[in-house]
Design a binder for this molecule. Structure first.
Ligand code: SF4
Length: 310
């Protein structure tokens, strides 16, 4: 058996589809990006959700689309406005990448996102996950959408508490995609798995007793054993990789500088000393390195010894 093949007792896809369809009919989360098939709006939601939690994303998604309702509007906006609109989301480089992507799609594709994951991946700033998600959710493509929740759920269902890598799981995720006649389409299937992951199959305390997949899940009997807590903690490492401390990190100081630049009136800039104050009194060398990084990522431009939004 190849390393990535499903275990021999992997449940039949139809059994999983039926179990999940019933549950999803009454438990689906009502999320704003699920109420649209506008590829641009779905792209915005996916970029936001890459590194920001759902609850925090919901209001910012609405505000962002109110400011930039179409991909053309985003492409035409000054990038500084897009960085300002990204306030509160963190990982500000995403705003710049989204803007660059919009410019390219308008310039080279007439403002239309291509409908396949393969074509979407040729665009700047779109990785395999985002391409699959936009193709599936916006265009109904039969693509596995392996976000962290889906990865965890499918991994536990098929492999129990011995998680394969995401790459190893992908062939199974593809094999389980519902086809014609299934009670869920690929988009609802992915969203239902996401909801099971968010509501029931948490990293540290899966609620198997409430889960529609319990009868089909290889992890459920393992979790019922007395040594489950230790086994679960060991198996959860790929699902909850250790994050470095945020306070005091480079990302933290970059965020402080961008926040200070964002608060300036249009055309304003900060001196080197003001940048140092914004970044909590870092040394001139550290400020220079931070500004270099921001300039490289398109989040700032140099103004004399200081900086401004691009
Ligand atoms: S039965 Fe338990 S481990 Fe399996 S998918 Fe459901 S919540 Fe997760």
């Amino acid at each position: 058996m190849p390393a990535h093949a499903a275990p021999a007792d992997t449940p039949h896809p139809a059994a999983l589809h039926a179990a999940l369809a019933d549950w999803y009919a009454s438990h689906a989360r009502d999320l704003p990006w699920r109420r649209t098939t506008d590829p641009y709006a779905i792209l915005v939601s996916e970029v936001m959700l890459q590194q920001t939690q759902v609850a925090r994303t919901i209001p910012r998604y609405a505000e962002f689309l109110a400011s930039f309702p179409t991909i053309e509007a985003l492409a035409q906006a000054p990038v500084a406005d897009v960085i300002r609109a990204w306030s509160g989301m963190g990982f500000n480089a995403r705003a710049v990448r989204l803007h660059r992507l919009a410019v390219e799609v308008v310039a080279l594709h007439g403002g239309k996102l291509p409908p396949t994951a393969v074509a979407l991946r040729t665009l700047p700033g779109i990785g395999p996950y985002t391409a699959a998600a936009v193709a599936c959710f916006a265009f109904g493509a039969s693509e596995p959408v392996l976000d962290t929740n889906v990865y965890r759920v499918l991994s536990r269902v098929a492999h129990g508490l011995t998680p394969p890598s995401r790459q190893e799981l992908e062939p199974l995720a593809r094999a389980l995609l519902p086809g014609p006649g299934a009670p869920l389409d690929p988009s609802s299937w992915a969203q239902a798995l996401m909801d099971v992951g968010a509501a029931l199959c948490s990293v540290s305390a899966p609620a198997c007793g409430d889960c529609p997949l319990e009868r089909h899940c290889a992890a459920a009997p393992e979790l019922a054993r007395a040594d489950a807590p230790r086994t679960l903690a060991e198996s959860s490492v790929p699902y909850a990789p250790k994050q470095g401390t945020f306070a005091g990190s480079t990302r933290f100081h970059r965020g402080r500088i961008v926040a200070a630049l964002r608060d300036l009136p249009e055309g304003g800039s900060l001196s080197a000393q003001q940048l140092a104050d914004a970044a909590g009194g870092r040394s001139p060398a550290e400020i220079a390195a931070l500004v270099d990084g921001l300039v490289r990522d398109g989040l700032a431009r140099r103004v004399g010894g200081g900086a401004a939004l691009p």
